[in-house]
Design a protein. Structure first.
Length: 115
């Protein structure tokens, strides 16, 4: 995933945590909000409850790679944070992609023509 789409500052994460809406699945949670203009911005959060650093980094890499093909289908100005839940550590890559698409569709983040 290209770095220009990443949320980098803690204050950006905190803003979405406070003001964003949430949609959840068994293995992942999506916090999201929309702006009228701007680029898509996304952050990934994997807590220590998931496992050691090797497991957490693997989960984060897989989440980023599952999100990459979806970027062009999202509305401009979308801001979101994906939060991993413990079952995600054992999930296959296909399950991660499927869950991510489900959450994006459930939250209405896709453009109308891409659905």
């Amino acid at each position: 995933m290209n770095r220009k789409y990443s949320l980098k500052k803690n204050r950006d994460f905190q803003y979405i945590y406070r003001r964003g809406k949430a949609k959840g699945a068994k293995s992942m949670l999506l916090l999201f909000m929309e702006r009228r203009t701007g680029m898509v911005a996304v952050g990934f959060c994997v807590s220590k409850k998931i496992g050691n650093s090797v497991v957490r980094n693997r989960v984060k890499r897989r989440m980023k790679e599952a999100f990459r093909p979806e970027i062009d289908k999202l509305r401009p100005g979308s801001r979101m944070v994906f939060i991993a839940r413990p079952p995600l550590a054992e999930a296959s890559f296909e399950q991660i992609k499927k869950t991510m698409r489900y959450l994006l569709q459930k939250s209405g983040m896709y453009r109308e023509e891409s659905v």
